[in-house]
Design a protein around this ligand. Structure first.
Ligand SMILES: Cc1cc2nc3c(=O)[nH]c(=O)nc-3n(C[C@H](O)[C@H](O)[C@H](O)COP(=O)(O)OP(=O)(O)OC[C@H]3O[C@@H](n4cnc5c(N)ncnc54)[C@H](O)[C@@H]3O)c2cc1C
Ligand SMILES: NC(=O)c1ccc[n+]([C@@H]2O[C@H](COP(=O)([O-])OP(=O)(O)OC[C@H]3O[C@@H](n4cnc5c(N)ncnc54)[C@H](O)[C@@H]3O)[C@@H](O)[C@H]2O)c1
Length: 473
C-alpha cells in the first residue's frame, strides 16, 4: 500500500497538536485534520475563557471587599461587555500558538474539514483521501447533556455557548456541582449574578472533601446557593425564565440555566464502528500505551476513557509521538497526576487522595496536615484559609491535597517526591497542572533538551523507521 503520510492525526486540540507537532519535529510527514477551530476545547470553550472569566471575577471580588489593610477600593462596577471582551482577547492572544500557520511551519500538512475513516489506514477529509501506517485519534469530548424532561423547552447554556452571553445573567442556575459548575458559580456570583448550584452527590466529588469544604464555605459566604438533589424537569417560567424541579420535588427558579454535568467522548460520526475500533462506557478503549484494539491506531486526550485535562492531553500526545517516531513504548503513569480547580481558594490535588490511599492500602497510610494559619506569608497576606495534606506510606509520598491561595502552584515538589525524579529531563517530561505559572519550569527544562531530543541522530533514526514502516508494509 502506498501511503500519503507517515502519521495522520485527527483533531487539533491539546492532544492532537502535541502528537502531530511532535511527529513533525522528528521529521515525519504528518497530516493534522481539524473540522472546527484550531486549539480545540481548551482554547476556544474551556480553560482559556474560563480562566479569563475567573480573573475578571476576582478583580470584582477584591474591589467589593470591605476595607482591608486600611485600604477601601471603589465598589466594583461590572461592565459585562468588558468582561466578554477580555475573555475573547485572551483566546485571540493564545490562538497563534495553536494556529494552522504555526503547525504548517513545524512541517505538518493541515487539513480543515471533517475526518472520516474509510479503512483501517485510510481517512477521508472533504474529497481528499489520506493514508498512513499510524493514525492518532484526538477528537476530544463535548458536554454530556442528561435527558432531563423539558430541557429543550428552554434555551440552556453549556461551556460551548456561555462565552457568547450578551448580558450578565440575573440568576444563573447551574445543574452539576463538579469543576465547571463550581468555577462558573463563583465567577458569576462575584460579577453580580445570583447563582444556585444543583448537585445530587458530593460537590467536586473527585477531590478531597476537606479541601472542598473550605471552598464551599467561601462560596456560601459570597452568596452562592447550593441545593442538594438531582434535576429531573425544566419548565419555562412565567415571572422567572425557567424553573428546575428536582427528583424530590424541590423547585429552583432562575433566568439562565447552565448544564455542567460532565463530558461525553466524541466517538460517533467518523467511522470508528465501521473499522472495528472498540468503545468503552465513555470513550475509546485504549491500553496503557494509548493503543486501541487496532494497534496501529492510538486514541489520546478526552476522546478515550480516562482523565480529561489539558495537561493529560499534552502528556499523551508527546508519549504517542515518542512511540511513533523513536519506538519508545511509553506507558501512561498516573501516580503523579496533578489537577487544580481554579476557585478561590484553589483546590489542587496530585496523586492519591486520602480516601483513595486508605481504600487501597488501609491503615498503612499516614496523613500529615498543615494549616496556612501558621504560615507567615499567609498571615502577612491576611489570607490563612486552607491547608496541605500529605498522604504517605511510611515517609513515601503517595499524594497531596492542597487548598489555599495559589494551591495549583504548590504541586511541583510533590511531582518530584512521588516520582523520585528531579533531573532537568524529568522536569521537562513531568505532568504539570494546566494552566499554572509552574509550567514555565517544564518549558525551561524542555528548552535545555530540545537540541538533543530533536538532534540529527534521533531525527535520522525516526525517519529511517518511518521509511521502513511505509516501504515494507
Ligand atoms: C469549561 C472548561 C474548563 C476547563 N478547564 C480546564 C483547566 O483549567 N485545566 C485543564 O487541564 N483542563 C480543563 N478543561 C479540560 C480541557 O479543556 C480538555 O481536557 C482538553 O481541551 C481536551 O483536549 P483534546 O485535545 O483531548 O480535545 P479537544 O480540545 O476537544 O480537541 C478535539 C478536536 O478534535 C476536533 N474533531 C473532532 N472530531 C473530528 C473529526 N471527525 N474530524 C476533524 N476534527 C475533529 C474537534 O473539533 C476539536 O477541535 C476544561 C474543560 C472545560 C469544558
Ligand atoms: N480546572 C480544571 O482542571 C477544569 C475545569 C473545568 C473543567 N475541567 C474538566 O472538564 C470536565 C467536565 O467538568 P464537569 O464539571 O462538567 O463534570 P464533573 O464530572 O466534574 O461534574 C459533573 C457533576 O454533575 C452532576 N450531575 C449529573 N447529573 C445531574 C443532574 N441531573 N442534576 C444535578 N447534577 C447532576 C454530577 O453528580 C457531577 O458532580 C472534567 O473532566 C474536568 O476534568 C477541568
Amino acid at each position: 500500500m502506498k501511503f500519503t503520510h507517515d502519521v495522520i492525526v485527527i483533531g487539533a486540540g491539546a492532544a492532537g497538536l502535541t502528537a502531530a507537532g511532535g511527529c513533525a519535529m522528528f521529521g515525519l510527514k504528518a497530516a493534522l485534520i481539524e473540522r472546527a477551530e484550531m486549539g480545540g476545547e481548551c482554547l476556544n470553550n474551556g480553560c482559556v475563557p474560563s480562566k479569563a472569566l475567573i480573573t475578571a471575577a476576582k478583580r470584582a471580588a477584591e474591589a467589593n471587599e470591605y476595607e482591608r489593610f486600611g485600604i477601601q477600593m471603589a465598589a466594583a462596577k461590572v461592565n459585562w461587555s468588558g468582561v466578554h471582551a477580555h475573555i475573547h482577547e485572551a483566546i485571540a492572544h493564545i490562538a497563534p500558538h495553536d494556529s494552522q500557520e504555526r503547525f504548517e511551519e513545524m512541517g505538518c500538512d493541515v487539513y480543515r474539514g471533517h475526518a472520516h475513516f474509510i479503512g483501517p489506514r485510510k481517512v477521508q477529509v472533504g474529497d481528499v483521501e489520506l493514508s498512513a501506517p499510524k493514525i492518532v485519534i484526538a477528537t476530544g469530548s463535548e458536554p454530556m447533556v442528561p435527558p432531563i424532561e423539558g430541557l429543550d423547552s428552554v434555551p440552556y447554556l453549556t461551556n460551548e455557548n456561555i462565552w457568547d452571553l450578551d448580558q450578565l445573567p440575573q440568576h444563573l442556575v447551574i445543574i452539576g456541582g463538579g469543576v465547571i459548575g463550581m468555577e462558573m458559580a463563583q465567577s458569576f456570583r462575584r460579577l453580580g449574578s445570583e447563582v444556585t448550584i444543583i448537585e445530587p452527590g458530593d460537590l467536586m466529588g473527585r477531590d478531597d472533601p476537606d479541601s472542598v469544604a473550605v471552598v464551599v464555605e467561601t462560596m456560601k459566604a459570597e452568596g452562592v446557593m447550593f441545593v442538594k438533589g438531582a434535576a429531573a424537569k425544566v419548565t419555562p417560567g412565567v415571572l422567572a425564565s425557567l424553573t428546575v424541579t428536582l427528583e424530590d420535588g424541590q423547585e429552583v427558579a432562575g433566568t439562565h440555566l447552565l448544564i455542567a454535568t460532565g463530558r461525553k467522548a466524541r466517538t460517533e460520526g467518523y467511522g470508528l464502528e465501521e473499522i472495528g475500533v472498540e468503545l468503552g462506557r465513555n470513550g475509546i478503549k485504549v491500553d496503557a500505551r494509548r493503543r486501541t484494539n487496532l494497534k496501529h491506531i492510538y486514541a489520546i486526550g478526552d476522546c478515550r476513557e480516562g482523565p480529561r485535562l489539558t495537561h493529560v492531553s499534552g502528556y499523551e500526545g508527546s508519549n504517542v509521538a515518542l512511540e511513533i517516531t523513536l519506538g519508545v513504548p511509553t506507558k501512561v503513569d498516573w501516580s503523579a497526576l496533578p489537577w487544580c480547580t481554579y476557585t478561590d481558594p484553589e483546590v489542587a490535588q496530585i496523586g492519591m487522595t486520602e480516601a483513595q490511599a486508605r481504600e487501597e492500602l488501609g491503615d498503612k497510610v499516614t496523613v500529615v496536615r498543615e494549616g496556612f494559619d501558621h504560615n507567615e506569608r499567609a498571615i502577612a497576606e491576611g489570607d490563612t484559609r486552607g491547608h496541605l495534606k500529605v498522604v504517605m506510606v511510611g515517609k513515601k509520598v503517595l499524594g497531596a491535597s492542597i487548598v489555599g491561595k495559589n494551591a495549583g502552584e504548590m504541586l511541583l515538589p510533590f511531582t518530584q517526591a512521588i516520582t523520585g525524579k528531579a533531573s532537568t529531563f524529568a522536569m521537562g517530561s513531568a505532568i504539570i497542572a494546566y494552566p499554572t505559572r509552574s509550567e514555565i519550569t517544564k518549558a525551561a527544562a524542555f528548552s535545555a533538551w530540545e537540541g538533543t531530543v530533536f538532534g540529527s541522530v534521533p531525527k535520522g533514526y525516526a525517519k529511517t523507521r518511518a521509511w521502513f514502516r511505509k516501504t515494507l508494509r
